[in-house]
Design a protein around this ligand. Structure first.
Ligand SMILES: [Zn+2]
Ligand SMILES: [Zn+2]
Ligand SMILES: [Zn+2]
Length: 103
């Protein structure tokens, strides 16, 4: 008995990852996003509202302190203070310390 492996007409999709339905394209650069939310957050990058930008989750930050703490979360590391040599285990501890530099 033949297994009937003839699977009908080949569907000629574009290579996955290049285009998929449900993706949202940025009108100002070639980036695409899976969710509307991701695109909306990304668009803020073009407005120049934020000085610091996380490329991994499309979040903007106005102050470096928050950005540094956020990036440390992605890296799963301790929070290094860039104004001195101290490191902190928690974002809260780091932020508290950082504000002390600013006062
Ligand atoms: Zn863009
Ligand atoms: Zn992030
Ligand atoms: Zn410090």
């Amino acid at each position: 008995m033949a297994m009937g492996l003839v699977a009908g007409p080949k569907v000629d999709h574009a290579p996955s990852g290049v285009y998929a339905p449900g993706k949202f394209c940025c009108t100002k650069c070639p980036k695409t996003f899976v969710g509307k939310d991701g695109l909306r957050r990304h668009m803020q990058q073009h407005t120049g509202r934020f000085s610091y930008w996380c490329d991994q989750c499309q979040r903007g930050f106005t102050v470096k302190c928050n950005y540094t703490g956020h990036m440390a979360k992605h890296e799963g590391r301790t929070f290094p203070c860039d104004l001195c040599d101290k490191r902190f285990q928690s974002l809260r501890g780091f932020q508290k310390h950082y504000t002390e530099h600013q006062s």
